[in-house]
Design a protein. Structure first.
Length: 114
């Protein structure tokens, strides 16, 4: 899904307007097991987070179509020091195609230090 790459790059570079355009107004968010209250909070986080991000040593992205109007992605990022993975981030997104095109309807991100 090309849109996932656009959204990931928008977050990485701080293009929070593009990121906002790709998220449904009624989307749900969970960050490290805690429910985030709103899209505004997520976009505020996008605007405030310090960049550049740490570069993962390994990234795996899998795409799973559910129907012609829905799909989900799972992105796993591993971070290593001296050849040992010390942190893993798993990001799951559900995409739904509506009248305005494809939008993220659910996002879940968990970061775990190993």
């Amino acid at each position: 899904m090309e849109l996932t790459d656009i959204e990931i790059n928008a977050f990485r570079t701080g293009d929070c307007q593009t990121m906002s355009d790709l998220i449904d107004e009624n989307a749900t968010y969970y960050l490290d097991g805690m429910k985030a209250p709103s899209k505004d909070m997520i976009i505020g986080f996008c605007n405030r987070i310090q960049r550049p991000f740490e570069k993962p040593s390994n990234v795996t992205t899998n795409y799973f179509p559910i129907s012609n109007k829905s799909a989900y992605t799972i992105r796993i990022m591993e971070f290593a020091k001296e050849g040992n993975v010390y942190k893993k981030e798993i990001v799951t997104k559900i995409w739904v195609k509506g009248e305005d095109g494809w939008k993220i309807s659910h996002l879940h991100s968990t970061i775990k230090k190993l």
